[in-house]
Design a protein around this ligand. Structure first.
Ligand code: IMP
Ligand code: MG
Length: 183
């Protein structure tokens, strides 16, 4: 194994670092610039982050976006990977403010089956924003549902990853890198 992929202090449950903090930081600068370029005509953006997984991404991305913007959050629950095909996604905490007429950037940590994003996009669209774009940090290669992603950080293999907001049973969220769990 490449030594650089196993930094000192990497928890033993983790197999290797997939994306380093430097790679994440570089990509987020690029994503912020893309979002600014696409919204040069808009006076203001409204960033909608999905808790908990996107909280760190939201903080870093929001600070890279020069277009004036406000932020809001919502929290969802899905019923675990086994139940994903049931399509059961529930709003645990809704947005503070209406989004009608606003230019929305939905900020999500990861897309796997696409169920969560599909539901989110439908829900937000039904509230009549002026526009709705989606920024996702990670996409697993097997995403099947037809969900539109406008800004994508990285495509990763179909493995469980943690760090940079992502968890395994609430652990590892605040690691500065994205790491793969041991099989
Ligand atoms: P989907 O609905 O199948 O696309 O799953 C998306 C949600 O599952 C994300 O918002 C995450 O909360 C969670 N998730 C999927 N894959 C991972 C992973 O590898 N690590 C941590 N959370 C994940
Ligand atoms: Mg999530």
């Amino acid at each position: 194994m490449n030594k650089e992929q196993r930094p000192p202090g990497l928890p033993f449950e983790l197999e290797r670092v997939l994306i380093t903090r430097e790679q994440i930081a570089t990509r987020i600068v690029e994503l912020g610039a893309e979002i600014d370029r696409d919204h040069a005509d808009q006076e203001e953006l409204h960033l909608v982050g999905v808790l908990k997984g996107a909280f760190i991404l939201m903080a870093d991305l929001a600070r890279q976006i020069q277009t004036p913007h406000t932020v809001d959050f919502m929290a969802l629950s899905s019923y675990g990977k086994a139940a994903v095909s049931s399509g059961a996604v529930r709003i645990l905490m809704d947005l503070r403010d209406p989004i009608a007429g606003k230019h929305i950037i939905l900020v999500e940590d990861i897309i796997d089956s696409g169920q969560t994003l599909f539901y989110l996009q439908e829900t937000l669209r039904s509230r009549h924003p002026a526009s709705l774009k989606t920024c996702v940090l990670l996409e697993k290669t097997r995403s099947q549902l037809d969900v539109k992603i406008d800004y994508l950080g990285f495509t990763i293999p179909d493995v469980w990853v943690v760090g940079y907001g992502l968890d395994l049973g609430e652990r590892f969220r605040t690691l500065p890198y994205i790491a793969e769990i041991k099989p």
